[in-house]
Design a binder for this molecule. Structure first.
Ligand code: GLY
Length: 613
């Protein structure tokens, strides 16, 4: 399908849907939510995947969450305030992807200074964690991945509450307590279970049933709540109230922390089931800090692409993919915008596999990660020398040497295989009328995290420590992502902000474990290079090539482009869906287009404060 044709068809459908939905928007007198918080601006916006207008924008996977952000913007809050309100709502209505038991990364473009900065709220390993933490002492071999996932051992010190507070301290104008209130009310009121919530719960039924508290909170008579039924979680409302009243200290020094530590160290599994115990202590919680970090930076098509640095690999890998695509343009004399869809996907796959080779070898929460070199065009040009327009490189592609001395073509170094990872997480983008822009990706790792709910407080604990490699990936090759005391596991989260001539241009992010990197890079290139509208770039069938595993959605697998990729030697495996992306396009003069998924996971929710037709 030509990009131009898909853009026309989809965009036409959405304009009609938006016009119909907007005509149904309730007047302020008939609105949901308590009037005392509303200041007369309580209009509920429709759930649509793209909306354009003024006054600020929010894109997330959920209508209630986007609405929570929009309501904050309407009340004069800025993008930081709105992002925290949106995230807090996601912790209630999308409890399997993020929440106060997890962590995340926040990228911020400041409207006043024009600078891009980031905050790292990644979960941390306990001080007692060693590089043998996931080695079974009885056998000397790594624990099975699923054993580690469903355990207290995989629970990292949550970073989300500290991140929320640091975001507000640095950039916000509202108090955390006021931003939590709508989510707290929603938790009591409940949600109407949709297909996506039902399916994610059903997928987790067996492991949730392992933990009676999780079963009590998230299942109904041991089963996923039915589509159309109401599900609520008064316990998480209680947790939010606790944070409202006592601040995030209630996690790092108080009652919530004590309950969390007790449960992680001694998970209350059902009779007859024993799961590995965690190592977190109150001292680990007290020592935790959300940290300011330098953003990563790459140039692409004359734009400045900012992302999340270590302990995420997202900014580095996305930037390297983009640099490689520019290097392929140079080598072949044909730009990415000129080639066929199949050629585009082949280039994208080769660049992704190469970037993953380098990410696996060089990136982790260790000193001396060569971020600048990995993101240099010289390194990408050297790495691009093995690219063939007709044939896929054999996997795994060897890693390169980001040493600052680049030749036309470097000899192949060693290689490492891919490690297993989850598919969960959520991302949101926000902009406001002052030129502030947010891209914020947050997670509890797997859908449903560790499967362990903190008793009486209604939130799931992360299993983020399974993002460490349990043992070195390849003999004799240093592995930067082994567990270690206080270390943060390598992430793939890729919240990204792109500037053009110093002005905000695009905010983008996605969930999906390691596929986050490829999804974000694909959305950027589908939009910038393939002449797609933003919502169509998000909707495009996805390919995720990770230097070993190469996944494609069904629409791509069964397309002529899928056949062409296979003919070039790509070994494609089905994964569907891949990612659940959101984005905001800044159009200048205060205008923005928010965009989200059209159909994946039931579609996302794009909103602006003052929509235009
Ligand atoms: N938990 C997903 C990631 O950090 O990449």
């Amino acid at each position: 399908m030509s990009p131009q044709r898909s853009r026309t068809i989809l965009a036409a459908g959405l304009v009609g849907a938006l016009a119909t939905s907007l005509s149904l928007v309730a007047p302020s007198s008939a609105l949901a939510g308590g009037g005392h918080h509303g200041g007369g601006h309580r209009a509920q916006l429709p759930k649509v995947p793209t909306m354009t207008g003024y006054g600020g924008a929010v894109a997330s996977v959920d209508r209630d969450a986007s609405q929570a952000g929009i309501d904050v913007l309407r009340r004069g809050g800025n993008a930081a305030d709105a992002a925290i309100a949106t995230a807090a709502m996601l912790g209630v209505v999308e409890p399997y992807t993020s929440g106060i038991g997890g962590g995340g990364f926040f990228v911020w473009r400041d409207g006043r200074t024009g600078r891009v900065t980031t905050i790292d709220g990644r979960e941390a390993a306990p001080a007692s964690f060693t590089d043998k933490a996931f080695i079974d002492p009885a056998t000397g071999t790594p624990l099975p991945f699923t054993t580690a996932v469903n355990s207290g051992l995989s629970v990292g010190v949550p970073g989300t509450p500290a991140l929320w507070q640091r975001v507000l301290d640095r950039h916000g104008t509202k108090r955390l307590g006021s931003l939590l209130e709508p989510a707290e009310r929603k938790a009591v009121e409940g949600i109407v279970v949709d297909q996506s919530f039902h399916d994610l719960t059903a997928e987790n039924e067996a492991r949730f049933a392992t933990f009676p508290e999780t079963s009590r909170v998230f299942l109904r008579d041991g089963k996923a709540p039915a589509v159309g039924s109401r599900w609520n979680n008064p316990d998480i409302a209680r947790a939010y109230r606790e944070i409202r009243l006592h601040g995030v200290d209630s996690i790092y020094h108080g009652a919530l922390g004590r309950a969390l530590v007790a449960e992680a160290r001694n998970p209350s599994a059902k009779d007859g089931v024993s799961v590995p115990k965690g190592q977190i202590t109150m001292a680990d919680l007290a020592a935790y800090r959300a940290l300011d970090r330098q953003p990563t930076h790459a140039r692409y098509r004359g734009l400045d692409v900012y992302g999340m640095g270590v302990p995420s690999s997202g900014g580095i890998a996305v930037g390297e993919i983009l640099n490689l695509l520019e290097a392929y343009d140079q080598r072949t004399g044909r730009d990415l915008s000129e080639v066929s869809d199949a050629e585009y996907l082949h280039r994208f796959s080769e660049a992704s596999a190469t970037a993953f080779a380098d990410r696996n070898r060089w990136v982790g929460d260790v000193p001396g990660v060569p971020t600048r070199e990995l993101l240099s065009q010289g390194f990408a040009n050297e790495r691009a020398c093995t690219f063939s327009e007709s044939t896929a490189l054999p996997r795994p592609v060897p890693f390169g040497s980001p040493d600052g001395a680049y030749a036309a073509c470097a000899p192949a170094a060693g290689s490492t295989p891919a490690a297993p990872d989850g598919r969960s997480t959520t991302s949101l983008s926000v902009s406001d009328r002052w030129g502030n822009v947010v891209s914020f990706t947050t997670t509890i790792e797997q859908y449903g995290g560790s499967g362990i709910t903190v008793p009486g407080w209604g939130f799931l604990l992360n299993n983020e420590l399974t993002d460490f490699n349990f043992a070195p990936l390849a003999p004799g090759v240093p592995d930067p992502n082994l567990p270690g005391p206080g270390k943060r596991p390598r992430s793939s989260m890729s919240p990204t902000i792109i500037l053009r001539d110093g002005q905000p241009y695009l905010s983008v992010g996605s969930p999906g474990g390691a596929t986050i990197i490829t999804t974000v890079a694909q959305v950027i290139t589908e939009y910038l290079d393939r002449d797609k509208a933003l919502v169509d770039a998000i909707a495009a069938p996805r390919l995720s090539s990770r230097n070993g595993t190469e996944n494609a959605e069904q629409a791509l697998l069964s397309s002529p482009e899928g056949a062409a990729l296979r003919a070039q030697g790509h070994v494609l495996a089905l994964q569907d869906p891949i990612g659940n992306a959101v984005a905001i396009r800044l159009l200048g003069h205060g205008k923005a287009e928010a965009a989200a998924e059209t159909t994946r996971r039931g579609g996302g929710s794009a909103m602006v404060v003052r929509p235009t037709r």
